[in-house]
Design a protein around this ligand. Structure first.
Ligand code: UDP
Ligand code: MG
Length: 161
């Protein structure tokens, strides 16, 4: 399912340890739910060194990486797979920019965080990466396909086809 276009496009969100500690899980999930996205997968997991190195390969040689890895292992995280039309771009917009104190008000980082490291969630940054990340964090049988009755009110008929 990952990588499909249209309303079946999927993306990965991780709720990071700062959000777990600060009791923000419900508020974060709510932002995506009320937008009209479909939840295809959800699980709590601890991240080992190997998955962190793979997931953060683009920044693994940065001086802040050891601190980031320690932070990301300080509690379990919650992995979410969201589905919808143009969901990768939509979720990035709802997430806000990396440096949370400059993130737009109304975005999750803009409303809930002040740090560049502790910025409450991860979100895939392209459809190619989303496809890789969904399959990195979810096994095939941990992703669910089902009809969402509200779709007839979330999308116009021609957007659903
Ligand atoms: N990060 C950090 N210091 C930096 C840049 C990034 O600690 O100077 C962390 C931060 O948690 C960020 C993650 O590394 O969310 C991944 O960085 P990326 O540039 O991919 O930002 P994102 O896609 O999460 O906005
Ligand atoms: Mg990124």
């Amino acid at each position: 399912m990952a990588g499909e276009k249209g309303v079946k496009e999927q993306t990965l969100v991780l709720i990071k340890p700062d959000a777990i500690q600060r009791g923000l899980i419900g508020k974060i999930v709510d932002r995506f739910e009320v937008k009209g996205l479909k939840l295809a997968g959800l699980k709590m997991m601890t991240l080992d060194e190997a998955i962190l190195r793979e997931h953060y390969a683009h920044i693994a040689d940065k001086p802040f990486f050891p601190g980031l890895a320690k932070f990301m292992q300080s509690t379990p995280v919650i992995a979410l797979c969201w589905e919808g039309l143009d969901v990768v771009d939509t979720v990035r917009r709802i997430t806000g920019i990396t440096k949370a104190r400059e993130a737009e008000a109304g975005s999750i980082r803009g409303d809930f965080a002040m740090s560049v490291s502790c910025n409450v969630i991860h979100a895939s940054d392209s459809t190619e990466n989303a496809e890789k990340e969904v399959s990195r964090f979810f096994k095939v049988d941990e992703l669910f396909s089902y009809d969402k009755s509200e779709y007839m009110h979330v999308y116009a008929e021609d957007e659903l086809s």
